[in-house]
Structure formats: structure tokens, C-alpha cells
Design a protein around this ligand. Sequence first.
Ligand code: BMA
Length: 864
Amino acid sequence: MNKHLLLLLAVFFFLSCQREGGEQIIDLNKGWSFTQAGEDNWQSAEVPGAVHSDLLRLDEIPDPFYRFNEQKVQWIEEQDWVYRKVFNVDPSQLLKDRVELVFKGLDTYAEVYLNDSLIIDADNMFLPWQAEVKDILRPDSNELRVHFQSPVRIGMKKLQALSYVLKVANELAPEGEQTNIFTRKAPFHYGWDWGPRLVSSGIWRPVFLRAWDVAHIRDIFLSPELVSKERASYFAKLNVEAEAPARVELQLQINKGSVVDTTVSFQLETGHNELALPFAINSPQLWWSNGLGEAHLYDVAVTLLVNGHRLQTVEERLGVRSIELVQEPDSIGRSFYFRLNGVPVFMKGANYIPSEIFTASQTTNTYERAIQDAVAANMNMLRVWGGAIYEDDEFYDLCDEYGLLVWQDFMFACALTPGDSTYLENVRKEAEYNVRRLRNHPSMALWCGNNENLIAWHNWGWKESYEPEDRDFIWQTYERIFYSILPDAVEKYHPQLSYWASSPSSYGDKLPDRLSGDEHDWTVWFNEAPYENYWNKVPRFVSEYGLQSFPPMKTIRAFADTSDLSYRSPVMEHRQRSNMPWIGPGVNGNEMIRRYLLRYYRAPKDFESFVYVSQLSQALGMRTAAEAHRGTMPRCMGSLYWQLNDCWPTMSWSSTDYFGRWKASHYAFREAFREVHLIPREENGQLQVRIVSDNLEPQEARLTLNLLTLDGKMLWEEQSDITVVPNTADIYYERPVEEFSRGLNSGELVLQLQLTNQQGNLLSHNLHYFVRPKELDLPDPGLDWEVAADPQGYLITLRTEKLAKDVYLRFPETAGDFVDNFFDLLPGESRTLLFETEERIDDPMQALRVMTLYDSYTQVGEVQ
Ligand code: BMA
């Protein structure tokens, strides 16, 4: 072989090694600075992040969560902001076939310049943005600049270009300022009835360079063909982009090759290639939702190889499960339930909103806290509501792991939309991207088009407010988005999942009628109905219902001064965003909290008691609702309350507050969502005892009823042996109410209900009072307690002589959680429970605060 040939071969070998190296990801999240546009005040920035979070970290603005400070930072939304980063790249990376700059999320109107070339012009927060930059990059001193334009200014221009005003729910924006409608950005940033208006901008998801040779897997879908206990067969459907024609191999391994190990060779053409790789798992371990079994996940790795060299490995997790939304005609109308692996499952859960108003600040930890709280309260579904964001991948990963199913809305809520072709095309891209991004998660159960847009159009006076021509166009736009663009994206990319156009609605895209479809049951709260109303004409699936309360005092103190501590103080009024002028002038959420409270409870003696009783009142209503929903299973097959969490410290419908503190209602949901639950209820003069069971097997059990006076006299006991029917609710006991209270004052009685299995273990318990809490003749309970140190915190032992109703424990100065709280102690009962904390308390007996309902009103006074 001559020298030249040798040299040529060597060069060829070197180049092919270079060309066939693996994909490289270069993180660009560090080293950013930012300034207001038009100024030269460069300061350090955090990416992912937001302008407000950066300004706050730098002490440039006051804490927007404190008192009225939200108003002081409104100027930020009117400004443009520039983010900048200078970076070098390794020359070897520039030898790659392709070098792409990827922003996983830009919020929202952003022009991106690399070395003064405009490479991206972004206008949708819910899309990633990327550009080919190989020809622009140089080895050193690359400058990346992202110029964010004020979203409200651009929105206003679009608003003014229309001859009519597109409607958005009243409380969300004053007439003439509904600019959020025009921008594909989290609607709740502009204010909602539980959140502040803080319209930020920023690089809200990671940014990186991706360099690759030959070919790149753009997308992978583990598409199920058949799922059964015996066998699960799939196609791994890949979209591979090739730089030039190439012969490649694709290797698919499950659990490092121990379950599946298959390699197929493909010929790629330049550009996009659709490939399908079949695989099957025999006797698969199925993925189950929380409460029904293990949420089993397989690890899948797909590797792209050329000439034996690895180019790229994509890792996914696979949960083998089938899920269907079943809407079959029945004696009521049509069912609306989810069938998981062939089993009808009652959905117990909540609506999730982002845990931070500055959405980039959500971390895996905040996600994990919310998801663990949901699991601890025996939930199996969360609804990702359409006024916020398609959450980060980590959220769905955690739902996969914990067995929480996800009802996923597209991001449209309580508003009309523009209908121009640019907007519709933007929506199409957003839908396709997010469907593709989330479709491999076994937790995904449903795609839903919008939140309340259908009822808003028909029932909120919107339709009537337009000239016929505009009305037709707006409605056609609705049909295009919700009956065509979004369902087409689901059909094309995730055909295994059902699509539901609007929540709430009934079968056939009709207005909700409680006979089919889902319902937002707001007769309680927005229409002032009593809690008992939850039992009337129970819907087929309740995807929203709720009641507000105040958060714990510690949380209130994070946003209020001592002088603000009354329920209608200016600070409390400012923070309350739910207004109901139709109920009466000036009626808002704070007033509504008071009205409900006084309907069921005696007037609290001071603000602290008011806060505590507001939570009891919320818990009582929520428990009534959850019991009505579960108690009428299978008519009703879902109970998702509004709302799991908060995005800032506030009074709201949440059951856990901004800091993750559980309100009384979260403990109540934990009880009401237990696998087997006893539900006592008075109806037409009868006391009925229902049992709902999520168990899939019948269960032999003993039902015990004890009638007691509040000071501890045992009046009567009855036992019966029963078989609890699986996966449904039924009435197991019935007796006229007057037979319990004959000759006695019903305000002095409590009925204890217990369900035990054949081994005598408690399956479920509940208490029934024959009057509202305010009509109870509560005695001074004579409660006593001791505190003992424990490796995990402190053990509190409580003893009571007489009924202690709604015992509330707290250590005001210490961070930690009580494993149980807001419970009733029966006369003579004692209970030991743990306060989990890592802190040491000097004098725990002194530090512990114990409150009961009796204490809340014993010095009678007006609500402040
Ligand atoms: C619902 C939601 C939200 C709202 C909540 C409380 O209907 O869809 O729009 O925040 O009620 O009003």
C-alpha cells in the first residue's frame, strides 16, 4: 500500500471516528445576566427563571407576596427585558454534522440572537424553540442574547386590532385589559381568583446545545398494540432525522436486556424517517394506580448505532396498562368512568395548579411534595387544569411512579380565543408537541380541550353579547380548536387516549346535565347552597367542587402584619380574588367563608378561632361532597376537588397551602378517600349507613354502631355481620332517626360507626352527629396531654373525659407535621400521635398549642 493511500485511509478513519461519535449535550444554564431593555444595568440571572425572581433575589423589588406589594411590582410587565450569556465551545463540537441550540421554554415573546444573528422569534411559552447554529458558532466568545418583549404590550396591540372584545371570566381581567387571550402563555400569570397578577418573562426551562453526527432520534413513542396480563405487545415508533443516507441499527433493551433485547437494522434517507420496532413482554407486570397495586415501571433504552458505534441512547420508562374512558348508555344517561386494565376505577383526587406563580421556580421537590400529599390522602388522580401550564416532565414522571393518573387539560380556560390563522397554527404546534411529549407516561388518562369555555359561551351571557357575524366567527373558532385541531393532535399522536372537548360538558359536547359527562359542582360556594346539596342529583363525574378557607396562622403571618389580622381587613380583602356580586353587593370569598361558617358553626371568639373554624367548615363541606360522590358509586365515578395546592400564600379553595401545610380539609379528604369508607347519612327521617369499597374482592366484615352522649354515657350498641360488595357503594344499615334520639336531646348525642374485618382489625370508622356542629351542646372536654421526645420528633398523648371535637394541635414556632390533626376524641378516649420534626423544642409542653371547637366560641364575640 502506498504512503498516500495510507494517509488517506488514516484521514478517513479519523473523520469517520469524529463523525460517528455520540451525541453531545452542552448545558447553557449557567452564567447569564440580565437588564431592563434600554438600560445597561447587567446583573446576574438564574436560568431557568423569571425576571421577577431575579429582581427579588437581587433585592431590587419588595417581596410581591407581602401585603400590597404585588401592586408595587406591576411595572415589570410593561417593560422589555434582555438576557445575555457569553460562552465558548469545544472545537470538536463544531466538527459535528449538526449543532442545535435548544430552549425548552421561553416565556414568551422572545427574539434570540446568537452573535448578532436572529435565530429564534418565539411566541409560545408552551413550545420548545431550537435553531441550527453550526455556521454561527465560533470556538470562543459566543454571545447569546434573548430579548423579551412585554407580553401585555403585544397582547394589547392584538386586542386593539380586533373590532370586538373577546370575553374572559369577569374576575380575571377588567374590561379592555384581557390581553392574556392573545398570548400562548400561562393564563393564570395574569391573575386568577386564587392567585396574584404577576406577568413575568424569562427563560423558564433549560437551554443547551446539542451536537450530533449522522442521525438523531427526534422522538419516540412506545405505542401499545395489545395489553393483557398474558402479553403486552408494542411498537417503538421513532422519528429519526438523518444528515445523509445511512444504514443504522436500533437496539431496544428493557431492564438492561433482561426482559427484551432486540436489534433491527434500518436504511435511513436524508431528512425525517419514521421507523417502527416491534417488541413484546410476556406475562407483564401491570402498572396500577395508587390503591390498586404497584405502579410498576420497566426501564426502556433505545440506542441508535452506526457501524457499531453508539450515536445516541434514549431512555424511557414503560408502564404496561390499558386505560379507557367509558361512556356507555345506562339507566341514568351515560356512564363516565375510567377503566384501568379492565377494572372500572373510581377517581379520587384534586385539581393541581402550579405550586409557584413564577412557574420556573417549581422544582422536583415542590412537585414531589404535592404528589406525596395527594398520595397520602389516598388519591389516584390529579387534573392538570387548563389555566396554567403543561407541567414539566418531572411532574409526570412522579405521577408514573406514585400511581397517580392524570386528567390533562390543554391550556384554555374561562376565555374565548382569537381565530386568525397564525394563532390557530401556533395552537396546532403546541398541541402536537405536548401530546408527543407526554404520551409515554402511563399516568396519562385523558386529554381535555378546555376548562369551562363551553359553559361560558352558553351560560355566562357571552354568546348574546356579539353581533351575529362576530358570534359565528367566534363559535367557528371554538369548533376549529376544540373539535378539530386538538382532537386531531390526540388522534394522530396518542390515539390510545380519549379526548374530552370541554370540562364540564355532557355526552355529545352538550351543556352539563348530570346525566352524562362531567360536572363542576359549584352550587355550594358560588350559589350559596348548603353542604347537603352535594347529595342532590349527583353528577356522573365531578371534576371540580370546592370551598375556601383561610390558611394556617403561620402562613397568614407570611403575608400579613398584626394589624391586618381580621377577615375583612384591607390586606385580606386585597388578597381575596373571588367575588360574587350576584349574591349581594360586595360579597367576596372572605364574606362567603364567614357565611358558610356561621351556617354550621357558632361565631368564633377571635380571628385565630375564625381561621381555625374556617378550615373546619371547609373540611365539613368537602367531606360531605366526597362522601356523596363515593356514596353514590357507580352513578358517580369521580371526585376531583378544587384545588390541591396554592401558588402563593393566600385564602383559597386549597387543601394544602403554599408552604405545603395541610389544612383541616386535607385530613378530611384522607379519611373520605380511604379504600373502604363508612358513610352515615340522614335521609327522609332514616339514618342510612353506606359503605363504599375500592377493594376488588368481597370482604366479610362486622359493622358496629355505638350511641353515646357527649359526656360519655353509652346508650346503645348494635352489631351486624355483613359482606362488603367489591368496587361499589351500597346501603348496609337503615333505621329511623327518631329511634336514636327518642326522648333525648339530639345535640348531646354522637353515633360511632366501626367496620372491622374477621380478625377484628379496623377497616373504617366514622362519627355521626344528629345536628349541625353549632347545635351541639359541647361540654368542656377536660382534655389533657403529655409530650415526650421521640427519635422522629415528639409523641403527644391526649386524653379526654368528654367529647373533644376537632382537636387541633400545633407547635407555632417549629417546622414539622402532625401525622393526624383536626380529629374528634370520644369521651374517655386517649390517643398518641407523632409530630415529625428535625428541630428540638426547649419546652415542648409549653410550646404545644391545643384547640378544640369548644374553645373557639367560649368567650362569645362577633367575628372580627
Ligand atoms: C373553577 C376553575 C377555575 C377557578 C375555580 C374557582 O371553575 O376552573 O377557573 O379558579 O373554579 O373559581
